[in-house]
Design a protein around this ligand. Structure first.
Ligand code: GDP
Ligand code: GDP
Length: 372
């Protein structure tokens, strides 16, 4: 999952570490060389230093480990001198110029991975802000600082306020009502399979779901969702093809209330997101059943398209959360990284395969861990 994105962030860490420490080391080498040249005639200073070094060796302070002692013993005077200069010069401050080109490259490659422009820009800005002015002493500092900066940038992007579905169900249950979830999204993204997966997820948690076959438009849609419902043993409420989708959803809610079911999962039609009729239909279903959650289902593999679709559905009906399907096959990771930030609603689940159990709750920290 998200391998290509991970590679890009790792490349950036490598490049910044390389660039900044190379600059520093070159500078240090030059100074060291100059110092050496100055000291060459007579080499007296060196001899003096060697003598004093011998004394020092004898008087190693107590409390040091034997390893430390051994290390000190093998440092010849010249080397010690040089390393003294190095560590002094090495304390360099990262400037904007040091990282400018590398961050620009990162931004371009993020865009190639279908990361939304505003997200790519925010990552670059956060990293720049974090790194510029940082004092570094050694190469490992740069690596660590860059890693931390990217970690922070990605965490901020993914950190979208999320609702806990489990407590939502409990709240509704306390009032004797089912939690009503309406699923929106275009055909082919995996919406039907996802509804079956979410049903399974709820069943595993001990809740009883009911499905509403409210895609009455597409040929075969009712049969398809019925097939899934039968396989997982979930009750489905359906009318004939072409029936009013809002009426089907309404019936499912009534059924859930009458039978004390915990969750109503409403499948909906999914023609092109630009279809005005489709959006009007979504608005009508929303008006009629007043869902507690409207979840957008998008295909992670479609990258920017998934984000555009989410924006359209969000504008029309207001989305409360996102499920991205096919994350298991998604190397790019652009949609997963961007979609929540762009519409300011959380990713709730990721689809991770074709079986009914292949769904995982989305956890921003887990995602950061996948990337950095
Ligand atoms: P719908 O038209 O949006 O209802 O799409 P379907 O639910 O019929 O799914 C379309 C195809 O995507 C099917 O072959 C599913 O098995 C597959 N699919 C759905 N979710 C996932 C997923 O998370 N991972 C993978 N690899 N395939 C998925
Ligand atoms: P287009 O002409 O191919 O763009 O199709 P439209 O979306 O305009 O739909 C043609 C007819 O089907 C119109 O009478 C719509 O009211 C009806 N219709 C469109 N979408 C849906 C839908 O999702 N569900 C139902 N039940 N009817 C729809």
């Amino acid at each position: 999952m998200f391998e290509s994105l991970k590679k890009k962030f790792n490349n950036t860490i490598g490049k910044i570490s390389e660039k900044v420490s190379k600059d520093v080391e070159e500078e240090a080498e030059t100074v060291a060389e100059e110092e050496k040249l100055v000291k060459l005639p007579g080499n007296e200073k060196k001899k003096e230093k060697k003598a004093s070094d011998k004394e020092e060796k004898e008087s190693v302070p107590v409390g040091k480990t034997s390893e430390e002692k051994a290390e000190e013993k093998v440092i010849p005077a010249e080397k010690e001198e040089k390393s003294g200069i190095l560590s002094f010069i090495r304390e360099k401050t990262i400037s904007e110029k040091d990282i400018e080109d590398i961050l620009w490259e990162l931004e371009m490659s993020l865009l190639e991975s279908d990361v939304a422009l505003e997200v790519a820009e925010k990552i670059i800005d956060t990293v720049r802000e974090d790194l510029v002015g940082k004092k570094i002493k050694r190469r490992s500092d740069v690596t660590e600082f860059t890693k931390n900066a990217l970690n922070k940038a990605i965490s901020e992007i993914l950190n979208v306020q999320s609702q806990n579905i489990d407590s939502l169900i409990k709240e509704k249950k306390a009032k004797g009502e089912p939690l009503i979830i309406m699923f929106v999204g275009i055909n082919g993204t995996g919406k039907t399979t996802t509804i079956a997966k979410i049903s399974t997820y709820f069943i595993n948690k001990g809740y009883t779901p009911v499905i509403a076959a409210s895609d009455t438009f597409r040929a075969g849609a009712i049969e398809q969702i019925t097939h899934h419902a039968d396989k997982i043993g979930v009750k489905i409420i359906k009318h004939k093809k072409g029936a009013d989708p809002a009426a089907v959803a309404y019936d499912a809610v009534s059924h859930a209330k009458a039978k004390g079911k915990d969750v109503v999962l409403v499948d909906t039609a999914g023609r092109m997101q630009t279809n005005v009729n489709l959006m009007d239909e979504m608005k009508k279903i929303k008006r009629v059943i007043e869902p507690d959650l409207i979840i957008f289902v998008g295909d992670a593999l479609t990258g920017n398209d998934a984000v555009d679709q989410a924006i359209k559905f969000n504008d029309a009906v207001g989305i409360d959360g996102i499920i991205l399907t096919k994350a298991d096959a998604d190397a790019k990771g652009g949609a997963a990284l961007s979609i929540g930030y762009v519409i300011n609603e959380p990713i709730l689940f990721l689809g991770t395969g074709q079986s009914y159990e292949d769904i995982m709750e989305f956890n921003p920290e887990w995602m950061v861990g996948q990337l950095i």
